[in-house]
Design a protein around this ligand. Structure first.
Ligand SMILES: Nc1ncnc2c1ncn2[C@@H]1O[C@H](COP(=O)(O)OP(=O)(O)OP(=O)(O)O)[C@@H](O)[C@H]1O
Ligand SMILES: [Mg+2]
Length: 521
């Protein structure tokens, strides 16, 4: 964690007029106090970060500001005038735009139609002008450095591109206040860099940007000010020159978090999975895999590093029988050759996959917390065809404790949980299947610093109990903390296999860009 760096933007900020004030905001969902007497203010031309642990109330506060939640107590003052939004459209008309944490796009519509939804451009005859909208969308993607086709259907895009569409949608209309709720959780480093440049341009032009992220380096690269919430209450608000990352984390969690470190494990058990010459033919828009060979032993955590598009997700999907095309090569599980054509076959053989895209692949939004957690093991809770609610309830209650899931209880709707707590439910679901091989794809995306430490400790404990774990992450410090060994992929090929003792961010990045360098050289 780095110290705060003073910037020119922070100087004299207090002279800039306050554009937004939220006063005494209280919001309850049933018995849950999501927000209690919270205040927040932001000025013109600043990036103001909103920090807090999972479930602290960040998204709820911003949904209130964006008109997505209208029944609350308190007051919103914009440019000195009290406003009362009846819905998102009112907020947009007042210049407030939001990029939602859980993407809010219509999968069956094109990218351009999503961006202009409800604000379609029309021809002089009053007809919807698709060409004009596509042209403006294309220009926006150019500015964002994202090669996305405005005519593609949103449902066909990978999650990172969907996030770029959501960003483009918010940027398309000039906003006085732009709310970004974890905008970078699924996009690549180069896309993040572009986005930050756009954010800086907007700040210079006077836009107020409210930025939510669990990544402290982003918060301290971008912000002029920081406000921290804890358990639905206001804790502190400070300009960046008055605080540093360690201070913000202390405000967030109300205690010191010990830096985590685990000894890499040299002594491990027998080989759980071994892969020889695994290849996956290329598919439109998806990376291929070529000729991968490696193995993972019981008790071992193997990290998979690589840039976006290197094939990390594809590798895990191939091991889980979830590839969109047929892989070739040999996969052995516990010494036996397996050929999974469907995930249920992999699950039956003791393989579990925690996916990166919780909304479309992992969560069942109509169901309760308990149902989402027990889903993969429902068969075992069934007794003569009836689900044993008691067995299910006990297992779920234990998971809620083990993973510190913040919820009113198993019967709560899954959608009532904050984003990070939803992610923990998916991890809990797969842990209940007690897999031999646990595949984790970006397991801590959207998870706060304190809960991340809990999840690392949990992963380590599972490995110590004999599970073999293969885990991807785009955060190198994370891989360097938990992995015993790191595989590096570049363009679907294995370019390095590095024991943790020798692994550094540099050695990994070198291997992750190996072929790319040659291409550009
Ligand atoms: N629709 C809802 N129904 C019931 N409870 C809700 C609802 N939305 C949020 N909550 C609860 O309100 C609290 C605050 O949630 P919120 O989503 O604002 O947290 P957050 O700070 O954005 O967390 P994260 O970092 O995980 O996204 C949580 O306890 C959550 O469970
Ligand atoms: Mg949130």
């Amino acid at each position: 964690m780095t110290d705060a760096v003073a910037t020119e933007n922070s100087e004299g900020l207090s002279l800039v007029p306050i554009r937004l004030e939220m006063r005494a905001i209280t919001k309850r969902f049933g018995g849950v106090h999501a927000l209690e007497d919270v205040k927040f203010h932001a000025r013109a031309g600043e990036v103001h970060s909103l920090c807090g642990e999972n479930g602290a109330g960040k998204s709820t506060l911003m949904k209130i500001l964006a008109g997505a939640i209208t029944d609350f107590q308190g007051e919103i003052v914009l440019n000195g005038k009290t406003v009362a939004f009846r819905g998102p459209k009112d907020a947009e008309d007042a210049g407030v735009r939001i990029i939602h944490q859980e993407l809010n796009l219509v999968p069956d519509l094109t990218v351009a139609s999503n961006i202009f939804l409800g604000r379609e451009m029309t021809t002089s005859l009053g007809l919807v002008d698709d060409r004009a909208m596509e042209k403006r969308a294309r220009a926006m993607f150019e500015r964002l450095g994202a090669p996305i086709d405005p005519r593609a259907h949103v449902g066909d895009l990978r999650i990172g591109d969907q996030q770029m569409v959501e960003i483009a949608k918010a940027l398309m209309f000039d906003a006085a206040i732009l709310i970004m709720d974890e905008p970078t959780s699924a996009i690549s480093d180069s896309e993040v860099a572009r986005l930050f440049r756009v954010i800086n341009d907007l700040r210079k032009a006077g836009t107020t940007i409210i930025y939510i992220s669990h990544k402290m380096n982003e918060v301290f690269t971008l912000s002029d000010s920081v406000t921290v919430l804890r358990d639905g209450r206001f804790v502190a608000s400070a300009s960046r020159t008055e605080c540093d990352a360690a201070q913000v984390v202390r405000w967030m969690v109300g205690r010191e978090i010990a830096g985590l470190s685990f000894q890499p494990h040299e002594k491990t058990g027998e080989t759980v999975v071994s892969v020889e010459n695994l290849s996956l033919p290329s598919q439109p828009g998806r990376p291929s895999l070529s000729d991968l060979s490696f193995s993972v032993r019981a008790g071992e955590i193997v990290g998979v590093a690589g840039l976006l598009g290197a094939g990390r997700t594809e590798l895990l999907e191939a091991l889980f029988g979830a590839s969109s095309s047929t892989p070739s090569g040999t996969i052995r599980l516990g010494g036996e050759v397996v050929k999974f054509r469907r995930p249920d076959q992999a699950i039956a053989a003791g393989v579990a996959l925690v996916t990166e895209d919780r909304k479309t692949l992992g969560l069942f939004t109509e169901m309760t917390v308990a149902e989402n957690i027990s889903l993969a093991r429902l068969g075992e809770f069934k007794n003569r065809g009836l689900v044993s609610k008691r067995a299910e309830g006990n297992a779920v209650a234990q998971s809620i404790v083990d993973l510190s899931i913040k919820t009113a209880g198993g019967r709560a709707a899954i959608t009532s949980l904050s984003g990070g707590n939803q992610q923990k439910c998916i991890i809990a679901r797969w842990l209940l299947t007690e897999p031999k091989l646990l595949l984790l794809d970006e397991p801590t995306r959207g998870i706060d610093v304190g809960a991340k430490a809990e999840i690392y400790a949990l992963i380590r404990r599972l490995a110590d109990e004999g599970m073999a774990i293969l885990m991807t992450s785009s955060e190198l410090p994370e891989l360097l903390t938990v992995s015993d060994r790191i595989l590096v992929l570049c363009e679907g090929r294995l370019t390095a296999e590095i024991p943790r003792a020798q692994a550094t961010e540099e050695t990994i990045m070198d291997a992750a860009t190996q072929f790319l360098d040659r291409v550009s050289a």
